[in-house]
Design a binder for this molecule. Structure first.
Ligand code: ADP
Length: 493
């Protein structure tokens, strides 16, 4: 039986916002768009559908606010971010419900995302006052060189639907820590988390116009053009698909903006003969099936060495059947929500159909679960695939499908792993310390998990290489992309 429509039970119903935030005002737009629960297709809210004009007003507000915000001390911005973190923590249960309902991820995962938002705001609160320029020795006796790190200016922030709260925290937290102002365009499927976080940012005391949010569905491309082409916007930070990233990069070239992009991944997950197979299965479950396989660091291509191949395949299939439970995000004991939309469902179906057509062996799953709702797909494991021909090995699935191929040697594994245009994350399991270093160094990615399926935390520089983008978020380097270096040479003679 299809899951019945669920209603949100918020302690603070005012956190469910449906307006634009421009220059400190919550205002309607000319139209609205519907935000639906992906599990039930139930209506959650009708949200203001921002236009290019709304985006222009938001940029103007951010540009005006920047003139004074850039002069705040790092300590003042640190205090703001700490207050924001506290408010997010206090309202964590409401925020997690909002994330779960609009994104579909289980409440436990959504709560984890909100806790990561708290940690992110705390991190940038701590980093901001310790972020330095430098004084460097000159070659000339009469000259002193000072390097200033100044906020870049107004940031255009475009976020995806898979971490609708965390991506805002990562980008806005860094921008505000550095002294920038921002205009956020959240993903059209999940604007409510961003609006709720922005509301708490206002409560924390963000000055008027520092953070503006313009959700949109009908005018997405127009708002994107305004953000990328406005001379008042100094930087674009984007997390999303590679094709959209390439297009935004072209648009941003017109004004030579600073850009940082975290684009699609297609993470390899390798298990060597000398690995602890049970731990590898545990890591695979998290790395592959978290968010129903819809995170950019999710494992997409499994390569398993011949000596442990059968054991790994059997154990992963059993673990998927025993431990993963699809259902509604707000129901207890579920681990797998729906896919985000019809387009995602079509892609997962096409990759699984292709894998079966190419002689893949279904270990478990392999089909949609229409009895739960139109966007549910069974957690799936398919083995014995040929990485040269199955589509899942060249394109990111973004769904709950573990595709497995066999390899014989370390060289093969590295070659297969690197045979992809994406280069975000990779995972491998081995008990050989030499191999751990060799393989980690050889992989063409920005992040590597060795004997772990979880890499993300605020201390780790997050980002990719190749067509997965550039720039690093979080970590001690997390403010670099939001500042510009100014070199001052002073003649003291
Ligand atoms: P996905 O395919 O996973 O939905 P997208 O790259 O389409 O990823 O979406 C990521 C973000 O990019 C979302 O906020 C989405 O609204 C935005 N986006 C998509 N197309 C455009 C566009 N033409 N201009 C600006 N933003 C866009």
């Amino acid at each position: 039986m299809a899951i019945p429509v669920k209603t949100l039970k918020l302690a603070r119903p005012q956190l469910l916002l449906d307006k634009l935030l421009v220059n400190g005002d919550w205002k309607a737009a000319a139209g609205v768009f519907a935000v639906l629960d992906p599990a039930t297709q139930g209506h959650i809210a009708s949200v203001a559908d921002g236009t290019a004009e709304d985006a222009t007003l938001a940029i103007d507000a951010a540009a005006t606010a920047f003139q004074s915000f850039r002069k705040t001390t790092a300590r003042e911005r640190s205090d703001l971010l700490r207050r924001w973190a506290l408010l997010v923590r206090e309202n964590a249960q409401d925020l997690a419900q909002i994330v779960s309902t609009e994104n579909g991820k289980p409440l436990a995962e959504a709560t984890g995302e909100i806790i990561q938002c708290v940690q992110t705001f705390e991190w940038f609160s701590e980093l901001a006052p310790h972020y330095n320029g430098a004084a460097v020795p000159s070659q000339n006796h009469a000259v002193r060189i000072t390097i200033l790190r100044q906020p870049v200016g107004v940031c255009g922030i475009i976020t995806p639907w898979n971490f609708p709260a965390l991506m805002l925290a990562r980008k806005a937290g860094a921008a505000i820590g550095a002294g920038c102002t921002a205009v956020v365009k959240p993903a059209e499927d999940t604007p409510l988390s961003a609006l709720a976080l922005a509301f708490l940012g206002e409560e924390a005391g963000l000055p008027t116009g520092v953070l503006n949010v313009v959700p949109t569905r009908s005018h997405m491309a127009a708002v994107g053009s305004v953000l990328t082409e406005s001379t008042k916007v100094a930087k674009i930070t984007f997390t999303g698909s590679t094709p959209v990233g390439k297009m935004l990069m072209k648009q941003a070239a017109s004004t030579v903006k600073k850009v940082s992009f975290e684009l699609g991944g297609n993470a390899p997950f390798m298990v060597f003969d000398d690995a602890n197979v049970d731990k590898a299965v545990e890591g695979a479950l998290i790395s592959k099936f978290r968010g129903s396989g819809q995170t950019c660091v999710c494992a997409n291509r499994f390569f398993v060495q011949s000596g442990v191949y059968d054991e790994f395949v059997t154990k992963l299939g059993r673990a998927v059947e025993e431990k993963l439970r699809p259902g509604h995000a707000l129901d207890e004991f579920i681990t797998q929500g729906p896919l985000i939309n019809k387009r995602s469902m079509e892609k997962v179906c096409s990759h699984v159909t292709d894998a079966i057509a190419k002689n893949g062996r279904i270990i478990t799953g392999g089909k949609p679960l229409p009895e739960l709702g139109p966007l549910f797909f069974a957690p799936t494991v398919i083995a014995d695939l040929d990485p040269e021909s199955a589509r899942v090995f060249s394109e990111e699935t973004f769904g709950p499908f573990a595709a497995i191929a066999k390899f014989e040697s370390e060289e093969d594994a590295v070659r297969l792993a690197n045979n992809n245009e994406a280069g975000l994350a990779a995972y491998f399991y081995t008990s050989n310390i030499g191999r751990a270093h060799r393989v980690a160094e050889a992989l063409e990615v920005g992040m590597v998990g060795v004997n772990t399926g979880v890499i993300t935390e605020v201390a780790l520089p997050f980002g990719g290489v190749k067509e997965s983008g550039f720039g690093r978020e979080n970590s001690v380097y997390g403010l670099d992309d939001y500042t510009v270096m100014k070199s001052v040479a002073t003649n003291i003679a």
